[in-house]
Write a protein that binds this ligand. Sequence first.
Ligand SMILES: [Fe+2]
Length: 396
Amino acid sequence: MKAYGKSIGRRYEEKEDITIDDDFLNDYSKILQSKAYRRLAYKTQVICLPDNPHVRTRLSHTNEVVVFSIDIAKQLGLNENLCMAIAAGHDIGHTPYGHVGERILSKLSGKPFKHNINSVVVAQHVERKGEGMNLTYETHDGILNHSRGDGKLSKTVDKPEEYDVVMNGDKIAYIFSDLNDALRYGHLDESKIPECALKLGKNQRERVRNCLKSLVSESKEKGVVEFSEGPEFKNFSELKDFMYNEVYYKINTSLQEKTLENLYDYFSTSEDFSGIDPVISVSLLTDAEANFFGQLLLKSRKPSAEQIKHFGIFEIQYAIGSGLVGKHVEVNTDATQVAVKIIREHGRLEYPKVSILPNPDYVKYVITMYETAKKAIKNYRKLKNLESDRKLLVPY
Ligand SMILES: [Fe+2]
């Protein structure tokens, strides 16, 4: 199997003094130093704000995906650094409360919300006070292509094999870790562990190891990264269905749903956020911020600047020199205009060839967001003088 070679480039000329002589390792380093990466420690993997520190957060899940991806890439002779960068950034666009947030935001807005697209939005512009991390094209594209919604493992078409390394590493990481945490947290009794999981190994580590081994040997045989055959895959696939039907869909998330509904309602009706899509405002919060904000909303419809100024998302506002309450528009405008931009930019290059991304409804939705926030975007651009001093290197 041939490792992916040099990056086709970054969107903008790299202005930093880079000491790492590898584009993808440099991306990995940038992501690890980002606020979005640190915020993952306060986001749900499968259990919301666990009081048991052994339970995975979105950050510990991400780290598991990184190491499984390195493992697979090393054995197949693929580009480990590209895999590390994609894996480290793949979930930075997640909503508060994990997939519950994604589902509720889609339901409340009537439009699909995709965390993988949002990960690129966060990486490209929300990070670094709105300037973005300026990652390589391949890292962005790999992040966009890591998700298969309900867990399907179909191959990406005409893409670097490294994308499928992370996609598979992600699935193997979350299915077994989530099973492990569901048992730890009492969402599942030991006696209810299905046969398919027991056949894969006596504990989480053995099950992971056997699936990774099977993936690697199938991929070596086929000459492409794939995990779709053999007894290990059959058991894995059965376990995946079991996890969706017996664990994910059965965990009671009514409290989180209520909080998100209150937040959505607040962002929809507050005059501070007038004209701004509430989906964007809610999606940027961590679990901790959503909980805290939710509590405040139960007491008062209009939290004061003093009460919310430590929120991470409002750092973006500090960056552009505006105040807090009453001037939220820039925070939201940033994400809104970025979403539109990335969809449009990537759309020109790759999307027509890929059936799963993006959902055409989502594109329409983002474009609508753009239209509704047009005025605010104009102000934002003026304020930030966006991109005026940057040379476009890669046409995407
Ligand atoms: Fe993930």
